[in-house]
Design a protein around this ligand. Structure first.
Ligand SMILES: Nc1ncnc2c1ncn2[C@@H]1O[C@H](COP(=O)(O)OP(=O)(O)OP(=O)(O)O)[C@@H](O)[C@H]1O
Length: 768
């Protein structure tokens, strides 16, 4: 209800004014403190030359740290001042008996004098009660302790620009009203935070054990991306000492997607989290010059279905390269490289045995095992150099002694001539030997180390792919077709690889060289994880040396399933046996009508591997099916639908095609027959809601729009799993309105679907 109509309006208004005034006061204080620390820094800097330098630096450093802290506080206050909180719970803890009104917001605030909470952070233990429990008796956990109490009121606020607009009391069970309101809004070109309407199943994901891997199967629109980001904010709040933002890495499918999610973390007060794509990460670990063709290229070839047999073979090669079987093959190869590296024979300087081959092997293969193979060479070099240095005098004396004995014998020779000759020869020999020995001590280690092979990861990997004998040696069950498929999958240019090679290269780099820069990641969040191969997940685990993965995906959207995850069970069993597995079955993005049609299309054409999405209670228009005959009709019908939707306040519009070629075709149709501003979206561009975006479905995966039309013009959808999943992905992108346009119902798999699930329109309706 409107805030003013609520019986507690005066009280709540006063409370809000008090909070705002206090925030203003703190902001003033923070401003003064900042100035103070800046002045101190200036003085400390000037003193650097005068004072003992360590004291000067420590002064400077202390002030820099205080300044950073104050700036952080300042930023946080600035960012909550217009919307300090979004909910209140009245809570009475059983033990204390004290009744508390707890206001929940995005950041905590307390009275500096009384130390009492003014705002409680949404991530704090007690705030869990707001998300998780109903009115009445509740419990929540603080560490190992369980706190019991009673919640007598749950209240929500809508505060805009510091003004109280609405107050709602949640009487029995749900947050539905506020959720409905949140969901009925428009899709922006950026994802937003949802702290005030997090649902209980989502709350469980956000707060799931942070020290265990977590795998989440969530239907389309269930909030996976959104809650992954909230989980990061929770990580940082709960374990600030262990998880700095820099130690967390998000892996997203594309740069476009990264831009799309870029505002959520700052909205949640979190910055500096590493956000990248898997291929970008591999490039950073290996070599900035490394280039990958995109996995979408393979998808496109598969979708276009050209030279079907060849494509089937390619799909098999891609699938194999993503498998743990290939990972084992690469592992064996890496082991052999390791074993075969050590130069033959003992390490000697002249005749002096420095180290036996067996001992070097022992050091290299066992004692330095904790290091990547090539780093062990450096280690061995240092050890051998030190060894030679410490032993040099002893060896020298041994040589000298040897000659002393020989000289002693020579001096005893009776014949003057022979004695002289022998002594001179021995002296000369000694001189040469000593000179050689000294030189040997300086150079022998380097010479020995140079005998280790010097090859890079690309060289090794190319050798593996193209050497039939090697491939069979590491996997004797390999078929001839696969062997030749692997060989022909190698790209011609050095440092230019296919996406399917990324995992093997990453693994080899990890095993042989270690990453180029130290990987400081302690926790990895993977979105759209159904597109990852088992080998990719395995290689990531190895190179980051962590088990702390949060893996979120939806098998129903597995359009890369020829390579990607087929079952979460496999991921748990083979890679993360300690993982928690959670599911999200409710979908928040689309209306019931749209979700019902998407579910029907999916289940009519392929085996559904996971539960179908349950839409939250939000109704909308029935999806429209536009049957058209020619380009002109199509453009006119869609223009009309879009203008109508614009009048109905929808803001973001997308036309989805099966492939890039189809989208380019649509672009031409619209430019020729419509006055709408359209733009062809690629992964490099940013979403612009002022135009109608034309996007291939696989690029739109993960994104959302108010209005979506899926157009089949030059491309149709078959009953193959890949096509049905692609349609499903497209159909689950809109928030409010879906159109499917085709020349025949079977082209978009609607021929077999219950006709009540969509409204059939003909192109003529729209053409005037
Ligand atoms: N609890 C919630 N309150 C309000 N909005 C929500 C909530 N949960 C999800 N949403 C909204 O639902 C939409 C879908 O969320 P999101 O994109 O995170 O889902 P997803 O599971 O990653 O989807 P997909 O797999 O289809 O890409 C977003 O607009 C998000 O803001």
């Amino acid at each position: 209800m409107s805030a003013k109509q609520h019986p507690d309006y005066d009280f709540e208004k006063k409370r809000l004014e008090f909070t705002k005034t206090y925030i203003r006061f703190l902001l003033e204080q923070a401003k003064e403190s900042k100035q103070h620390y800046q002045e101190n820094m200036g003085e400390a800097y000037a003193d650097l030359n005068v004072l003992d330098s360590s004291l000067g630096y420590s002064n400077l450093l202390t002030n820099v740290q205080f300044l950073e802290m104050t700036e952080r506080e300042h930023r946080q206050l600035e960012y909550v001042r217009h919307k300090p909180y979004f909910a209140r719970i009245d809570f009475q803890e059983s033990k204390k008996g004290q009744h508390e009104k707890l206001y929940i917001g995005k950041a905590s605030l307390y009275d500096r004098e009384s130390q009492k909470d003014i705002i409680v952070d949404w991530r704090s233990p007690v705030a869990n009660v707001y998300y998780d429990s109903r009115l009445g008796d509740v419990t929540y956990e603080v560490g190992d302790e369980v706190v019991t109490g009673n919640v007598s009121l749950k209240r929500q606020y809508i505060i805009e620009d510091g003004e109280l607009e609405e107050i709602r009391d949640i009487d029995i069970t749900t947050h539905d009203e506020l959720l409905q309101q949140a969901l009925s809004g428009s899709a922006q070109n950026r994802l937003t935070d949802i702290v005030s309407t997090i649902q209980d199943e989502q709350n469980r994901v956000i707060r799931a054990d942070l020290y265990k891997p977590l795998i989440v199967q969530g239907v389309a629109g269930s909030g996976k991306t959104t809650i992954a980001l909230h989980r990061i904010a929770y990580f940082i709040y709960k374990h600030a000492a262990y998880f700095s933002p820099q130690s967390i890495m998000i892996l997203a499918p594309s740069k476009l997607f990264l831009t799309y999610i870029s505002e959520v973390l700052p909205e949640l007060g979190v910055d500096q989290v590493r956000q990248t794509t898997f291929l970008e990460f591999v490039v950073q670990c290996l070599d900035p010059k490394l280039r990958f063709s995109h996995m979408e290229d393979d998808l496109i070839s598969l979708l276009q279905g050209r030279e079907e047999e060849k494509q089937q073979e390619r799909a098999k090669v891609i699938a194999f390269k993503g498998s743990l079987r290939f990972a084992r093959l690469v592992q064996r190869y890496a082991k052999d490289i390791e074993q075969g590296m050590i130069p033959e024979g003992d390490f000697k300087i002249g005749n002096i045995l420095v180290m036996k081959h067996e001992r070097i092997q022992e050091l290299f293969l066992y004692e330095y095992k904790y290091l990547p193979v090539y780093k062990r060479i450096q280690k061995l070099k240092i050890v051998l150099m030190n060894y030679v240095r410490t032993k040099k005098v002893q060896w020298e004396q041994r040589i000298l002694k040897n000659y002393e004995i020989k000289l002693g014998r020579a001096l005893a020779i009776g014949d003057d001539m022979r004695r002289k000759e022998t002594v001179t020869r021995l002296m000369e020999k000694k001189e040469t030997l000593m000179a050689d020995f000294k030189k040997g001590c300086r150079t022998a280690v380097n010479h020995y180390i140079k005998r280790f092979p010097k090859r890079d990861v690309f060289d090794y990997y190319s050798e593996l792919l193209t050497n039939e004998e090697l491939l069979r040696a590491y996997d004797e069950r390999l078929t001839g077709a696969l062997v030749s498929g692997l060989a022909s999958s190698r790209l011609r240019w050095k440092r230019h690889y296919r996406a399917e090679d990324a995992a093997a290269l990453l693994y080899l780099q990890h095993y042989l060289y270690g990453p180029r820069q130290e990987v400081k990641t302690k926790s990895i969040i993977i979105d759209e994880a159904q597109d990852y191969t088992m080998f990719e997940l395995y290689a990531l685990k190895k190179i980051c040396k962590t088990e702390l993965f949060t893996i979120l995906g939806d098998l129903s959207q597995g359009i890369h399933s020829y390579r990607g995850v087929k079952s979460w069970g496999n991921v748990v069993e083979q890679l993360f046996p300690k993982a928690n597995y959670l599911t999200l079955e409710r979908s928040y993005r689309t209306t019931i009508e749209i979700m019902n049609l998407a579910n029907a299309v999916l289940s009519s054409s392929c085996e559904v591997k996971v539960p179908l999405a349950i839409p939250v209670v939000r109704h909308g228009n029935a999806p429209g099916f536009i049957l058209y005959d020619d380009e002109r009709q199509l453009a006119a019908a869609l223009e009309r639908a879009i203008l109508q939707a614009k009048a109905g306040k929808l803001k973001s519009f997308a036309l989805l095609g099966k492939t890039k070629a189809e989208c380019e075709y649509l672009m031409r149709i619209f430019e020729a027959h419509s006055s709408l501003a359209v733009e062809l979206m690629t992964e490099q561009r940013e979403l612009d809601t002022s135009v109608v975006s034309i996007i291939p479905i696989h690029v739109a995966k993960g994104l959302e729009f108010d209005f979506v039309a899926i157009v089949s013009h030059s491309e149709t959808y078959s009953r193959e799993e890949l096509d049905a999943q692609l349609l499903y992905v497209g159909m689950t992108r809109p928030l409010h309105q879906l159109y499917v346009c085709a020349k025949r119902a079977e082209d978009v798999l609607l021929d077999d679907i219950n006709k009540d699930l969509f409204m059939r329109e003909t192109g003529e309706l729209g053409s005037e």
